[in-house]
Design a protein around this ligand. Structure first.
Ligand code: ADP
Ligand code: 5GP
Length: 201
């Protein structure tokens, strides 16, 4: 499940909520060249890498997608998503809008959710509340202009008003998506072959 939004839209807190709500969600850790913020843990919040390491990963085809956001490189290691899938869990990718579109292009079956706050005033309050300096708020809002232009390419829109409700809605989308017939044809076929083998009823 790919969750994108303008910066401050709530990706990080919605992701935490999903992971707490249900063990089937697992964070697919991404890598970044930006410096670690206080409290962040390498391997848990991000894999913190140098620009050289990042470029090597990219060159060696180890990244599912990558983007440059606010001057730093970010990328999703293929292994990070595959490890989660192999454990039978749903990878939660909280990445920027461009990255989300790249994932969708490569894996059309990926579910993409676009988060928006109820209005611009709320977004500004949340960015300020997170401690962003005024110039950072301005840069993020400027970027948001281009990000919302591509929102129509996402599968779902969720308005992040009350956090608990947002988390429930995103979880419900994930749940419903697992019921798509195209994702369950093996079960249909298994039932069909039982029917075929049965001579009498
Ligand atoms: P993103 O990861 O998309 O940049 P965050 O998850 O960091 O956004 O959210 C930005 C700020 O807004 C954080 O301080 C977060 O706690 C707050 N926030 C996000 N969603 C809500 C919500 N529904 N209600 C109240 N505060 C929220
Ligand atoms: P931050 O530096 O605030 O943690 O993240 C900045 C932006 O980069 C956020 O929009 C975040 O979701 C995005 N981001 C984080 N990891 C990745 C990634 O692997 N790929 C892409 N494309 N964006 C990412």
């Amino acid at each position: 499940m790919v969750i994108a939004s303008p910066s401050g839209g709530g990706k990080t807190v919605v992701r935490s909520g999903l992971l707490k709500l249900n063990k089937k969600f697992a964070f697919s850790v991404t890598c970044t060249t930006r410096p670690k913020r206080p409290g962040e843990v390498n391997g848990k919040d991000y894999y913190f890498v140098t620009v050289e390491q990042f470029k090597r990963l990219r060159r060696d085809g180890k990244l599912l997608e990558w983007a440059r956001v606010h001057g730093n490189y970010y990328g999703t290691p293929v292994k990070s998503a595959v490890d989660v899938l192999e454990k039978g869990r749903i990878p939660v990718m909280t990445i920027d809008v461009k990255g989300a579109r790249s994932v969708k292009r490569i894996f059309p079956e990926a579910v993409t959710v676009f988060l928006l706050p109820p209005d611009l005033k709320t977004l500004v309050q949340r960015l300020r509340g997170r401690g962003e300096a005024p110039e950072n708020v301005a840069v993020r809002l400027e970027t948001a202009r281009s990000e919302i232009k591509v929102a129509s390419t996402f599968d779902y829109l969720v308005i992040n008003d009350k956090l608990a409700e947002t988390v429930r809605e995103v979880a419900a989308i994930a749940e419903l998506e697992t019921r798509k017939i195209g994702r369950n044809l093996d079960k249909v076929r298994a039932f069909g072959s039982q029917l075929a083998k049965r001579k009498t009823f």
